[in-house]
Design a binder for this molecule. Structure first.
Ligand code: NAD
Length: 437
């Protein structure tokens, strides 16, 4: 096997896609992760995450000898380009993004990297982080010249591979042009295809990432507020969304009423942006309001479920369909579905869940996860659809009508076929539609 020129540090949702994607272009990639379990699985060709097409793409680059996995960063000594994709979760204390994983990753790279190596930060980091790490490298490693470049990631879980191969833009921020060009060269195929390339300083690049996520979170929150209005004044929220989304200045995406945004990015990135704004005395009032509205949404949903249960959730058995924060992923980080499970348990309900892929466990005697929709719905007083998995769209009401205690569905994703529900005499309520009296 020839020595790798590219190393990816942190092979989670972002790093693994980046590594497999670059390798599939014929570039040799060494992947480093601290988690020995992940590395062992990957060596055997088993992706530790669920992502459409990933297993096949991984098998292909393993067969072509273009990718390898290790826990030892020293194995990547030959690389001249390091992509860092470690987590930057919220610090509970400050709301800021935690940088300890990034700090550890960059320090370990700096120890082994050769002179002139480039470190491209794919992790989402507070504005100013890359400049600060650059200053530290210059101070602590005067013996070699190492360059930090910001290269934020925009993939979406669930369509991550497709997003890698069809990016809408690539953002590369850095003070050193040669370093920026090294990162740019790794994406040469995209540039040839006309994918817009934004070359900037590191602050601009870091800001683009936070601003993009904050804007999308705002869009989701906006339609959710309109949906609350429609619940009261009447109308059809899907038609409202379509009616505004057809305006090309607005666009149709992220206008689906639901339980509020979740996942590993929007909640933490909006919070980090708000914290950055406050720290710099430039309060991000829109983003702060979005966070507040989104947080209160779970409570509003709980109240609606409570009202449908005759104001008594305690002691009731409820089925929650879907645990992942959205369809086509196994990621349950900051998932609205999981928040709702917790809230229902706190209210004294018994919760039985089902998700086609995601796993979630909580040490609570009233919680259980099941292997099928039918098993989760057994004896349920209400079926709550919390994730928009396609399999729930074709929900077979007849198959479970005799299993449930009451034929009632609360559809937080507006995906259930109303006609089929009514035909089989189910009560159905949906976010964005008025409550039944
Ligand atoms: P993740 O938790 O899935 O993966 C991070 C990986 O880094 C883990 O496997 C962990 O073991 C490894 N790691 C931590 N410290 C390490 C170290 N010092 N050396 C080697 N490996 C180390 O995280 P993720 O979801 O891939 O997110 C990574 C970053 O990308 C975050 O900053 C996130 O905000 C950003 N991002 C994520 C997404 C997404 O959809 N998940 C999209 C865009 C940007």
């Amino acid at each position: 096997m020839t020595a790798a020129e590219i190393c990816v540090v942190g092979v989670g949702y972002v790093g693994l896609i980046q590594a497999v994607g670059l390798a599939s272009f014929g570039q040799r990639v060494e992947c480093v992760d601290l988690d020995p379990r992940k590395v062992e699985m990957l060596k055997r060709g088993v992706p530790p995450i669920f992502e459409e097409g990933l297993e096949e793409a991984l098998a292909d680059v393993i067969d072509r000898d273009l990718i390898s996995f290790t826990t030892n960063i020293a194995d990547a000594r030959s690389a001249d380009l390091f992509f860092v994709a470690v987590g930057t979760p919220t610090s509970d204390r400050t709301g800021n993004a935690r940088l300890d994983y990034l700090d550890a990753a960059i320090s370990s790279i700096a120890e082994i990297a050769k002179d002139g190596a480039v470190i491209a930060v794919k992790s989402t980091v507070p504005i100013g982080t890359c400049a600060r790490f650059q200053a530290r490298l210059d101070r602590d490693h005067p013996e070699k010249s190492l360059h930090i470049v910001s290269n934020p990631e925009f993939l979406r879980e669930g369509t991550a591979l497709n997003d890698f191969f069809n990016p809408e833009r690539i953002v590369i921020g850095g003070a050193n042009e040669v370093a920026r060009d090294r990162v740019r060269a790794s994406y040469a195929g995209f540039e040839d295809r006309g994918v817009p390339m934004i070359l900037s300083d590191t602050s601009t690049s870091e800001t683009i990432k936070y601003a993009a996520n904050a804007f999308l979170a705002t869009k989701v929150t906006f339609i959710n507020e309109i949906s609350d209005l429609v619940e009261t004044v009447g109308g059809d929220i899907d038609q409202v969304a379509r009616g505004i989304g057809l305006d090309s200045r607005i666009g149709p995406q992220f206008l689906k009423a639901g339980p509020g945004y979740g996942g590993s990015c929007f909640p933490k990135d909006t919070l980090a942006l708000a914290t950055i704004g406050r720290r710099h005395g430039v309060q991000q009032q829109i983003v702060e309001t979005v966070i507040r509205i989104n947080d209160s949404r779970r409570f509003r949903i709980l109240k609606r479920i409570e009202a449908a249960m005759g104001d008594k959730i305690s002691g009731k058995r409820l089925a929650v369909l879907g645990l992942a924060f959205k369809a086509n992923t196994d990621d349950v980080r900051d998932s609205p579905a999981v928040d709702i499970v917790h809230a229902l348990l706190e209210e004294g309900a018994e919760v039985r869940s089902y998700d086609p892929v995601a796993k979630f466990s909580v040490d609570h005697r009233c919680y259980s996860q099941h292997e099928s929709i039918a098993a989760a719905c057994e004896g349920a007083s209400a079926v709550l659809v919390a994730t928009e998995w396609p399999v729930f769209k074709s929900f077979d009401f007849a198959a479970i009508e005799n299993l449930v205690e009451r034929r009632y569905i609360f559809d937080m994703r507006r995906i259930i076929d109303l006609g089929a529900a009514w035909a089989t005499h189910w009560d159905i309520e949906r976010i964005g539609s008025p409550m039944q009296k």
